[in-house]
Design a binder for this molecule. Structure first.
Ligand code: SF4
Ligand code: MG
Length: 282
Protein backbone atom coordinates (compact mmCIF):
# COMPACT_ATOMS: atom_id res chain seq x y z
CA UNK A 1 0.00 0.00 0.00
CA UNK A 2 1.41 3.40 -0.92
CA UNK A 3 2.09 5.91 1.83
CA UNK A 4 0.14 9.15 1.60
CA UNK A 5 -0.77 12.03 3.91
CA UNK A 6 -3.89 10.04 4.74
CA UNK A 7 -1.69 7.26 6.19
CA UNK A 8 -0.89 9.74 8.98
CA UNK A 9 -4.45 10.94 9.65
CA UNK A 10 -6.38 9.86 12.73
CA UNK A 11 -10.09 10.16 13.54
CA UNK A 12 -9.45 12.69 16.32
CA UNK A 13 -10.75 16.17 15.47
CA UNK A 14 -8.48 19.19 15.84
CA UNK A 15 -9.47 21.72 18.47
CA UNK A 16 -7.11 24.50 17.41
CA UNK A 17 -8.54 27.99 16.80
CA UNK A 18 -9.52 28.88 13.22
CA UNK A 19 -6.45 30.17 11.40
CA UNK A 20 -3.98 28.56 13.83
CA UNK A 21 -0.60 27.80 12.28
CA UNK A 22 -0.65 24.31 13.78
CA UNK A 23 -2.97 23.09 10.99
CA UNK A 24 -0.38 23.77 8.31
CA UNK A 25 2.54 22.60 10.44
CA UNK A 26 0.83 19.25 10.97
CA UNK A 27 -0.02 19.01 7.30
CA UNK A 28 3.58 19.82 6.32
CA UNK A 29 4.92 17.19 8.73
CA UNK A 30 2.55 14.51 7.39
CA UNK A 31 3.33 15.49 3.79
CA UNK A 32 7.08 15.41 4.44
CA UNK A 33 6.92 11.95 6.03
CA UNK A 34 4.68 10.61 3.26
CA UNK A 35 6.92 12.01 0.51
CA UNK A 36 9.96 10.44 2.18
CA UNK A 37 8.03 7.13 2.06
CA UNK A 38 8.17 6.69 5.81
CA UNK A 39 5.55 4.36 7.17
CA UNK A 40 3.92 5.58 10.44
CA UNK A 41 5.31 2.42 12.11
CA UNK A 42 8.83 3.77 11.43
CA UNK A 43 8.26 7.17 13.05
CA UNK A 44 8.46 8.39 16.66
CA UNK A 45 7.10 11.86 17.43
CA UNK A 46 7.37 13.39 20.88
CA UNK A 47 5.23 16.21 22.24
CA UNK A 48 5.06 18.28 25.40
CA UNK A 49 2.33 20.47 26.85
CA UNK A 50 0.98 23.30 24.71
CA UNK A 51 -1.30 23.94 21.76
CA UNK A 52 1.03 21.95 19.48
CA UNK A 53 1.23 19.26 22.17
CA UNK A 54 -2.51 18.78 21.73
CA UNK A 55 -1.71 17.45 18.28
CA UNK A 56 -0.23 14.24 19.67
CA UNK A 57 -3.35 12.19 18.96
CA UNK A 58 -3.97 13.78 15.56
CA UNK A 59 -1.07 12.22 13.69
CA UNK A 60 -0.52 8.49 13.37
CA UNK A 61 2.95 7.39 14.56
CA UNK A 62 4.58 6.16 17.78
CA UNK A 63 3.76 9.30 19.78
CA UNK A 64 4.91 10.11 23.29
CA UNK A 65 3.69 13.11 25.26
CA UNK A 66 5.87 14.39 28.08
CA UNK A 67 5.95 17.14 30.65
CA UNK A 68 6.22 20.78 29.65
CA UNK A 69 9.54 21.48 27.93
CA UNK A 70 10.57 17.80 27.91
CA UNK A 71 9.84 16.67 24.34
CA UNK A 72 13.58 16.64 23.57
CA UNK A 73 14.98 14.21 26.18
CA UNK A 74 12.19 11.76 25.36
CA UNK A 75 13.03 11.96 21.66
CA UNK A 76 16.75 11.56 22.36
CA UNK A 77 16.10 8.48 24.53
CA UNK A 78 13.86 6.93 21.88
CA UNK A 79 16.46 7.62 19.18
CA UNK A 80 19.34 6.09 21.16
CA UNK A 81 17.25 2.99 21.86
CA UNK A 82 16.44 2.43 18.20
CA UNK A 83 18.13 4.43 15.48
CA UNK A 84 16.09 2.72 12.78
CA UNK A 85 13.16 4.91 13.71
CA UNK A 86 12.80 8.45 12.33
CA UNK A 87 12.56 10.56 15.47
CA UNK A 88 11.00 13.98 15.63
CA UNK A 89 10.50 16.23 18.67
CA UNK A 90 7.84 18.93 18.49
CA UNK A 91 7.80 21.68 21.06
CA UNK A 92 6.62 25.28 21.49
CA UNK A 93 8.75 28.38 22.03
CA UNK A 94 7.65 28.50 25.67
CA UNK A 95 8.54 24.91 26.60
CA UNK A 96 11.69 24.89 24.46
CA UNK A 97 13.22 28.19 25.62
CA UNK A 98 12.09 28.18 29.26
CA UNK A 99 11.86 24.76 30.96
CA UNK A 100 13.59 22.96 28.07
CA UNK A 101 16.38 25.33 27.07
CA UNK A 102 19.09 23.10 28.55
CA UNK A 103 17.86 20.18 26.42
CA UNK A 104 18.08 22.31 23.29
CA UNK A 105 21.61 23.50 24.08
CA UNK A 106 22.95 20.02 24.89
CA UNK A 107 21.07 18.41 22.00
CA UNK A 108 22.84 20.73 19.55
CA UNK A 109 26.18 20.19 21.29
CA UNK A 110 25.82 16.39 21.25
CA UNK A 111 24.40 16.29 17.70
CA UNK A 112 21.88 13.47 18.13
CA UNK A 113 20.42 12.35 14.82
CA UNK A 114 16.88 13.67 15.35
CA UNK A 115 14.73 16.53 14.03
CA UNK A 116 13.28 19.24 16.27
CA UNK A 117 10.32 21.38 15.26
CA UNK A 118 10.08 24.53 17.41
CA UNK A 119 6.61 26.05 17.01
CA UNK A 120 7.39 29.72 17.61
CA UNK A 121 4.10 31.57 18.08
CA UNK A 122 5.72 34.07 20.47
CA UNK A 123 3.63 33.17 23.52
CA UNK A 124 2.43 30.50 25.94
CA UNK A 125 -0.81 30.03 24.01
CA UNK A 126 -2.44 27.07 25.76
CA UNK A 127 -2.52 28.98 29.04
CA UNK A 128 -4.17 32.03 27.37
CA UNK A 129 -1.28 34.06 26.04
CA UNK A 130 1.49 34.77 28.50
CA UNK A 131 4.89 36.14 27.47
CA UNK A 132 7.76 33.90 26.42
CA UNK A 133 11.37 34.66 25.50
CA UNK A 134 10.31 35.31 21.90
CA UNK A 135 7.42 37.72 22.65
CA UNK A 136 8.34 41.15 21.31
CA UNK A 137 9.59 43.50 24.05
CA UNK A 138 6.89 45.92 25.20
CA UNK A 139 4.00 43.77 23.95
CA UNK A 140 1.09 43.61 26.40
CA UNK A 141 0.05 40.08 27.30
CA UNK A 142 -1.98 38.36 30.02
CA UNK A 143 -0.13 38.75 33.30
CA UNK A 144 1.86 41.64 31.78
CA UNK A 145 -0.75 44.38 31.12
CA UNK A 146 1.95 47.06 30.97
CA UNK A 147 4.04 45.19 28.42
CA UNK A 148 6.96 42.78 28.43
CA UNK A 149 9.96 44.30 30.17
CA UNK A 150 12.59 41.58 29.66
CA UNK A 151 14.86 41.06 26.68
CA UNK A 152 14.26 38.42 24.02
CA UNK A 153 15.94 35.23 22.87
CA UNK A 154 16.49 35.03 19.13
CA UNK A 155 16.27 31.28 18.43
CA UNK A 156 18.48 31.49 15.33
CA UNK A 157 21.19 33.44 17.12
CA UNK A 158 21.15 31.01 20.02
CA UNK A 159 21.35 27.93 17.78
CA UNK A 160 24.04 29.39 15.51
CA UNK A 161 26.19 30.28 18.53
CA UNK A 162 26.42 26.56 19.43
CA UNK A 163 28.09 25.24 16.26
CA UNK A 164 24.96 23.36 15.09
CA UNK A 165 24.85 20.86 12.27
CA UNK A 166 21.49 22.09 10.89
CA UNK A 167 19.33 25.15 11.45
CA UNK A 168 16.33 26.03 9.30
CA UNK A 169 13.42 28.40 9.61
CA UNK A 170 10.00 27.92 8.05
CA UNK A 171 6.70 29.75 8.09
CA UNK A 172 3.36 28.12 8.94
CA UNK A 173 1.69 30.18 6.21
CA UNK A 174 3.75 28.46 3.49
CA UNK A 175 3.00 24.76 3.85
CA UNK A 176 4.77 23.64 0.65
CA UNK A 177 8.03 25.40 1.55
CA UNK A 178 7.80 24.14 5.14
CA UNK A 179 7.34 20.57 3.85
CA UNK A 180 10.59 20.82 1.89
CA UNK A 181 12.45 22.15 4.94
CA UNK A 182 11.13 19.34 7.16
CA UNK A 183 12.20 16.78 4.55
CA UNK A 184 15.72 18.26 4.51
CA UNK A 185 15.81 18.20 8.33
CA UNK A 186 14.80 14.54 8.46
CA UNK A 187 17.31 13.56 5.76
CA UNK A 188 20.16 15.43 7.50
CA UNK A 189 22.29 13.15 9.69
CA UNK A 190 22.52 15.10 12.93
CA UNK A 191 20.52 17.38 15.18
CA UNK A 192 18.22 19.30 12.84
CA UNK A 193 16.67 22.36 14.45
CA UNK A 194 13.73 23.78 12.51
CA UNK A 195 12.20 26.94 13.91
CA UNK A 196 8.71 27.50 12.57
CA UNK A 197 7.29 31.01 12.60
CA UNK A 198 3.77 30.11 13.63
CA UNK A 199 0.64 32.21 13.33
CA UNK A 200 -1.46 32.45 16.52
CA UNK A 201 -4.45 34.63 15.59
CA UNK A 202 -5.89 34.37 19.11
CA UNK A 203 -3.00 35.69 21.23
CA UNK A 204 -0.61 37.23 18.69
CA UNK A 205 -3.15 39.00 16.48
CA UNK A 206 -0.78 41.76 15.39
CA UNK A 207 1.41 39.19 13.63
CA UNK A 208 -1.19 38.24 11.00
CA UNK A 209 -0.64 36.39 7.73
CA UNK A 210 -0.80 39.75 5.90
CA UNK A 211 2.05 41.09 8.05
CA UNK A 212 4.13 37.90 8.02
CA UNK A 213 3.82 37.19 4.30
CA UNK A 214 5.31 40.62 3.50
CA UNK A 215 8.30 39.89 5.75
CA UNK A 216 9.23 36.32 4.85
CA UNK A 217 11.97 35.88 2.27
CA UNK A 218 13.25 32.54 0.98
CA UNK A 219 17.01 32.04 1.08
CA UNK A 220 19.27 29.26 -0.17
CA UNK A 221 21.08 26.74 1.99
CA UNK A 222 24.39 27.99 3.36
CA UNK A 223 27.47 26.38 4.92
CA UNK A 224 28.54 29.68 6.48
CA UNK A 225 27.47 30.48 10.03
CA UNK A 226 28.30 34.16 9.45
CA UNK A 227 26.04 34.32 6.40
CA UNK A 228 23.25 32.57 8.30
CA UNK A 229 23.66 35.01 11.21
CA UNK A 230 23.36 37.96 8.82
CA UNK A 231 20.05 36.55 7.55
CA UNK A 232 18.80 36.12 11.12
CA UNK A 233 19.77 39.63 12.19
CA UNK A 234 18.29 41.30 9.10
CA UNK A 235 15.47 43.33 10.66
CA UNK A 236 13.80 44.06 7.31
CA UNK A 237 12.99 40.42 6.48
CA UNK A 238 12.26 37.08 8.08
CA UNK A 239 14.55 34.74 6.18
CA UNK A 240 13.19 31.22 5.71
CA UNK A 241 14.89 28.12 4.34
CA UNK A 242 17.77 25.91 5.43
CA UNK A 243 19.88 28.74 6.81
CA UNK A 244 22.84 26.62 7.85
CA UNK A 245 23.96 23.03 7.30
CA UNK A 246 27.23 21.33 8.22
CA UNK A 247 27.37 17.76 6.93
CA UNK A 248 30.88 17.17 8.31
CA UNK A 249 29.91 16.91 12.00
CA UNK A 250 29.57 13.34 13.28
CA UNK A 251 26.33 12.50 15.01
CA UNK A 252 26.44 11.43 18.67
CA UNK A 253 25.89 7.68 18.32
CA UNK A 254 28.32 7.30 15.40
CA UNK A 255 31.07 8.82 17.54
CA UNK A 256 30.65 6.27 20.39
CA UNK A 257 33.78 4.08 20.21
CA UNK A 258 32.25 1.31 22.34
CA UNK A 259 29.38 0.89 19.82
CA UNK A 260 31.51 0.93 16.65
CA UNK A 261 31.42 -2.78 15.81
CA UNK A 262 27.95 -3.48 17.21
CA UNK A 263 25.22 -3.84 14.61
CA UNK A 264 22.21 -4.35 16.88
CA UNK A 265 20.09 -1.62 18.43
CA UNK A 266 19.74 -1.20 22.19
CA UNK A 267 16.06 -2.01 21.90
CA UNK A 268 17.05 -5.48 20.57
CA UNK A 269 19.75 -6.05 23.15
CA UNK A 270 17.48 -5.36 26.11
CA UNK A 271 15.31 -8.30 25.04
CA UNK A 272 18.21 -10.64 25.81
CA UNK A 273 18.30 -9.60 29.46
CA UNK A 274 16.09 -11.24 32.01
CA UNK A 275 14.60 -8.35 33.98
CA UNK A 276 11.84 -10.33 35.73
CA UNK A 277 13.63 -9.93 39.09
CA UNK A 278 13.66 -6.15 38.73
CA UNK A 279 10.01 -6.03 37.65
CA UNK A 280 8.97 -8.29 40.54
CA UNK A 281 10.24 -5.71 43.00
CA UNK A 282 8.12 -2.87 41.55
FE1 SF4 B 1 -3.35 28.10 17.80
FE2 SF4 B 1 -2.98 30.27 19.26
FE3 SF4 B 1 -5.35 29.05 19.24
FE4 SF4 B 1 -3.27 27.92 20.42
S1 SF4 B 1 -4.27 29.82 21.03
S2 SF4 B 1 -4.74 26.89 19.08
S3 SF4 B 1 -1.58 28.51 19.08
S4 SF4 B 1 -4.36 30.08 17.50
MG1 MG C 1 4.24 29.20 22.13
Amino acid sequence: MSITIDSYNTDVKNTWCPGCGNFNIHLALKKALAELKKDPSEVVITFDIGCNGNGGDKIKAFNIKGLHGRALPIAIGAHLANREMTTIATIGDGGCLHEGIDHLIHGIRSNYNITVLIHNNQNFALTTGQITSTTIKGKRMYGFPHGKTEGDINIGELVLSLNPSFYARGYSGDCIHLTEIIKEGIKHRGFSVIEIIQLCPTYNREFSHDVASKLVKKVDVSDSIEKARKHILNSKNLSIGVLYQNKKLTDYYSSLKNRKSIKTELVDEVKRKNISNILAKL
